[in-house]
Design a protein around this ligand. Structure first.
Ligand SMILES: N[C@@H](CCC(=O)N[C@@H](CS)C(=O)NCC(=O)O)C(=O)O
Length: 220
């Protein structure tokens, strides 16, 4: 294996609980595996529309299975999500906000990580929701942004630049033939390898020449 770090892109939407699981595991492994983790905020609704897929909630048996599965995965992965049917009617404004944070800090990825986590908590831990601007502000403050920074990001999130950026990242996921999220794309020797879900890490690790030791790796 070469010493150069492998680029791993995580396409996610905070409406997706499985994306949260994948996000936390990759955040843990980025200090263990020789990877360069890139956050790619995308729109799950756009991925469903663009691929012709539909939300899992429309198939009752699938939905019931997902609730039970998420309870087990939450405990196994150590991510505090309480599965339920969220009332959110789409996360367009939310993911534009996350995109604005990601664009503002460019390569660093520190704030986008914190903001995304706070938004996931709002939907999936405390069930407070996220789409109302006041809830976005509150999550931004909890993530360590100042009130004026949040205000600036909310304005930026409505700009054409950010709308186009979210569209292009969602299209990038579709170009990798995504039909849902999370989508993890690893670049190995210049070739993209694509994995759907938070349950493909063993295979992914094998493909990038790393070792999967479960969802709680020991930090080095
Ligand atoms: N088996 C995957 C399931 C991931 C999943 O169900 N993702 C949802 C969004 S939270 C999705 O996009 N589903 C589309 C589909 O299953 O067709 C995992 O464990 O992560």
């Amino acid at each position: 294996m070469s010493n150069s770090r492998k680029v791993v892109k995580l396409f996610y939407d905070v409406i997706s609980p499985y994306s949260w699981l994948a996000f936390e595991v990759l955040c843990r492994y980025r200090n263990v595996w020789n990877i360069d983790l890139k956050f790619k905020p995308a729109l799950l609704g756009g991925v469903f529309r663009g691929s012709g897929n539909q939300e899992p909630r429309f198939v009752q048996n699938k939905f019931s299975y997902l609730i039970a599965d998420l309870k087990q995965m939450s405990e196994f992965f150590g991510v505090p999500l309480n599965p339920y049917l969220p009332g959110e009617k789409g996360t367009l404004n939310v993911m534009r906000f996350v995109t604005a944070v990601a664009e503002k800090e460019k390569e660093r990825g520190v704030l986008v990580e914190r903001v995304s986590r706070e938004l996931w908590k709002n939907i999936w831990s405390t069930h407070r929701g996220v789409t109302h601007p006041a809830l976005l502000t509150e999550a931004g403050l909890r993530a360590g942004l100042s009130a004026s920074e949040v205000e600036e990001l909310l304005i930026l999130s409505k700009s054409q630049q950010i709308k186009d950026k979210l569209k292009s990242v969602t299209q990038e996921a579709l170009d990798y033939q995504s039909f849902g999220l999370p989508l993890i794309v690893c670049h190995v020797n210049g070739k993209a390898e694509v994995f759907f879900g938070s349950d493909r890490f063993e295979l992914m690790a094998h493909r990038i020449g790393e070792k999967w030791v479960g969802p709680h790796p020991v930090k080095t």
